[in-house]
Design a protein around this ligand. Structure first.
Ligand SMILES: Nc1ncnc2c1ncn2[C@@H]1O[C@H](COP(=O)(O)OP(=O)(O)O)[C@@H](O)[C@H]1O
Ligand SMILES: [Mg+2]
Length: 341
């Protein structure tokens, strides 16, 4: 039975709620000890889209994916994949979802080709077909040259691609990518982005987690921002940006020592809190109306503060995150705290 037939059969047996979402999660909760790692998350992922779950380290992204993939028990709430209840039909769910990040368990001493073949065999695919599927995937992921090397010799980027290839052996209609580019160099990140877009062009739906704002912005049709196990915002990249302010005024002061004085003037002129950038002398502020920028510039000149450069742009997702949560994303937080001491 094909995966689509499986999902349809699930519907016919009364497993389906009848809507056509790829993922529906209502009030998902996971508790570790007395810590609510996932604290009531709702998700609705439409078929054929790339849905991004964006949040810093420890936000609960992986825990959410693991519950949806039946790898962790759902403590409260409920989830469906293509209308099939996750808790009630784990065996069906496992055929609907391809999960990356499991590849490490496969034999390091076998070659990439042997690993993919073995993975196919473990999924119940006949040997000749498993060999063909492995060859196709190696070609598609640009791993042909490395196909006959043991994976112990693979770089991080090659492992990531092989991992994704392994999760595609059964052609699942829904792929979970858990931080697919964390720790990769820019070129390999770009390749993973292209590969992800190819998957969707092929008809897959992708649920992706990331702590990179640019990645969510580049790849995702829609984004849920999560922080401390809770969804704090959801929308298209543009909607999230617009929610913060229609535009951002970006200032670079001639003298970085004048940033605090400038911040105070900006605060008074706009009535919003400016965001100090890590880059020395730079501050940004969200504007409801782009023409407020003129008021700021006049106020700065009247105060005798000189500006090296100025621009008005759409806000970045980084600013969105700060505005929504009151703190920046990821590991940078600690660094900032250290510096502030
Ligand atoms: N198996 C576990 N046992 C205890 N705590 C866990 C476990 N897995 C994750 N956590 C905790 O749950 C929170 C969310 O983790 P995780 O889902 O891995 O976040 P993310 O993937 O967004 O970085 C973190 O505080 C983490 O330490
Ligand atoms: Mg994680």
């Amino acid at each position: 039975m094909s995966i689509t037939e499986l999902a349809r059969a699930g519907g016919a047996r009364g497993l389906s709620s009848g809507d056509d979402l790829a993922v529906r999660a209502d009030g998902l909760v996971k508790t570790f000890g007395d810590h609510r790692a996932v604290d009531g998350v709702d998700l609705a992922v439409r078929p054929g889209e790339i849905f991004g779950v964006l949040g810093p380290n420890g936000a609960g992204k992986t825990t959410t994916l693991r519950m949806l993939a039946t790898l962790l028990r759902i403590d409260a709430g409920r989830a469906e994949i293509f209308g099939v209840d996750v808790a009630e039909n784990p065996h069906v769910i496992r055929q609907l979802v391809g999960v990356t990040g499991q590849y490490a368990s496969v034999d390091e001493n076998l070659t990439a080709r042997e690993n993919l073949w073995l993975f196919g065999r473990l999924q119940g695919i006949a040997s000749p077909r498993a060999r063909r599927v492995a060859a196709d995937l190696l070609e598609r992921f640009g791993l042909e040259d490395a196909a006959n090397k043991p994976i112990s010799q693979f770089s991080g980027g090659m492992r990531r691609r092989l991992d994704l290839a392994a999760s595609l052996i059964t052609k699942p209609p829904l792929i979970f990518l858990d931080e697919p580019t964390t720790g990769l160099d820019p070129r390999t990140r770009g390749q993973m982005w292209d590969t992800t877009r190819d998957l969707v062009a092929d008809g897959c739906t992708v649920l992706l987690t990331t702590q990179y704002l640019d990645e969510a912005d580049q790849l995702a049709d829609r984004i849920a921002v999560i922080d401390h196990g809770r969804k704090v915002a959801e929308g298209t990249p543009d909607e999230l940006k617009t929610a913060v302010g229609n535009s951002t005024l970006q200032l670079l002061l001639a003298d970085p020592a004048q940033v605090p004085a400038a911040a105070e003037i900006v605060r008074r002129a706009v009535g919003a809190e400016p965001v100090l950038s890590p880059e020395r002398g730079r501050l940004n502020v969200a504007l409801d109306q782009a023409d407020l920028a003129a008021d700021v510039l006049i106020a700065l000149r009247n105060a005798g503060l000189s500006i090296a450069s100025v621009s008005v742009a759409k806000p970045s997702l980084d600013e969105v995150f700060l505005a929504l949560t009151g703190h920046g994303t990821g590991e940078d937080d600690e660094t900032v705290t250290e510096e502030n001491r």
